[in-house]
Write a protein that binds this ligand. Structure first.
Ligand code: SF4
Ligand code: SF4
Length: 235
């Protein structure tokens, strides 16, 4: 069910974002680093893809490198809750990690199952040769709001970098084993946080109308006869 919800969310965001023109092209993957945050349902989507493509050995080779301790401060929903309740908080900055192990020949080797952080990362000006990605502010607000919904979908599960979450899931599923993975599992467990429920959105006033249109579109989408909003609220 969670994976079907994710697919609806990805689809609605894709439709909404067609109003923007981006410079990103296939084969342009400078932005593909290990600093991609995901939730457990997104990791499950990747593992399902791995199983369906019979590539568990390939996954093991991709994850076979030492992980470093890098505890995270706060999830997106945790940060939003702190802000909405007037507490100081620290949001995870994007620190340039190494190249994502799933980048092959400048293309994503898990493209159909890539997480939302990868789907929404884009730039209106080519940043392949350096510089920062440029994103319209309302797009950033919308991507943050959608990330918050996705974290809500995965609440009480893992939240962390793609590699930290996937390592734990792959070891738990017995796709990866051995001393390297025992060590990596322990590091990944320390690095990850628990996904939190949605306490409220972080949407700038000037983007409110456009972003809430997208949020309403997602929450009113229907799955098995119920709206996503009802499913998320256990109604
Ligand atoms: S964000 Fe920049 S580096 Fe990444 S695909 Fe787009 S243009 Fe290329
Ligand atoms: S999962 Fe794919 S899209 Fe995401 S960072 Fe890795 S190679 Fe890039």
């Amino acid at each position: 069910m969670k994976q079907q919800i994710l697919e609806i969310i990805f689809d609605r965001f894709d439709q909404w974002s067609t109003r923007f023109s981006f410079a990103c092209n296939k084969g342009c993957g400078v932005c593909c680093t290990t600093d991609v945050f995901i939730t457990a349902p997104e990791g499950d989507l990747i593992l399902d893809h791995i199983v369906s493509t019979h590539t568990t050995q390939w996954l093991k080779e991709k994850l076979d490198f030492p992980l470093h301790r890098r505890p995270l401060f706060q999830t997106t929903n945790g940060y939003a809750k702190d802000c909405l309740e007037g507490r100081d908080s620290q949001y995870e900055d994007i620190r340039r990690g190494g190249i994502c192990p799933f980048l092959e020949d400048e293309c994503c080797s898990i493209y159909p199952a890539r997480p939302f952080s990868c789907r929404c990362f884009a730039s209106t000006a080519c940043c392949r040769n350096g510089g920062s990605a440029l994103l319209p502010p309302e797009y950033l607000s919308a991507a943050t709001a959608v990330s918050q919904i996705i974290e809500h979908v995965g609440q009480f599960g893992l939240w962390g970098t793609l590699i930290d979450v996937l390592t734990q899931q792959a070891v738990a599923a017995e796709f990866c084993s051995g001393s390297r993975f025992d060590d990596n599992f322990a590091v990944a467990r320390e690095n990850c946080l628990m996904a939190k429920p949605l306490a409220g959105f972080l949407i700038e006033d000037e983007h409110y109308e456009k972003v809430t249109g997208l949020v309403e579109d997602i929450l009113s989408a229907r799955l098995s006869g119920r709206s996503i909003e009802d499913i998320l609220n256990n109604r």
